[in-house]
Design a protein. Structure first.
Length: 161
């Protein structure tokens, strides 16, 4: 009698999505008044090589911001589909995300619990951060450079991961 080769069924084989360690970078830009300029935020995100960018002109007094919700949904969908894939949600300035510190901390905690890193693009050096050790770690290619007189844009993450 010949031996039957037993092929594993689909249920027996767990295929783990491949990740290259480079974060999927999602950008968000918002302005709330006619006197604020959205384009400079979009330009900064483009200069930092963000290709998935959500933007809107909406007041912070409006609790539901559709484009922010889309960015958050995409980040969560990526983490659900590929839990090991790093995801970085970045804004030009943190004040673009929330109306106050409490709201920002709540959103930051929700993202951190979901495994999504939160970052900020800055158009000026961080006050009081003059050494590389003062900067939070961030995977390349979004690693920040120490402040210098020639640097105009950098990225930092908001939590210590």
């Amino acid at each position: 009698m010949g031996r039957r080769s037993r092929m594993p069924s689909a249920e027996m084989v767990a295929v783990k999505p491949e990740t290259n360690g480079t974060p999927i970078r999602i950008g968000y830009a918002r302005c709330s008044t006619a006197t604020q300029e959205l384009q400079s935020q979009l330009d900064a995100l483009a200069a930092a090589h963000y290709t998935r960018v959500f933007s809107e002109e909406i007041s912070t007094h409006i609790k539901i911001r559709p484009e922010l919700e889309k960015a958050l949904t995409l980040a969560h969908e990526i983490k659900t589909a590929a839990p090991d894939q790093p995801v970085l949600l970045t804004v030009h300035e943190t004040k673009r995300l929330a109306r106050n510190a409490t709201e920002l901390m709540t959103l930051s905690a929700q993202l951190q619990n979901a495994g999504v890193r939160l970052g900020e693009l800055l158009t000026r050096p961080l006050t009081g951060s003059t050494t590389r050790a003062a900067w939070a770690p961030c995977s390349s290619p979004c690693s920040p450079s120490p402040p210098s007189s020639t640097a105009t844009t950098s990225t930092r993450t908001l939590e210590g991961k």
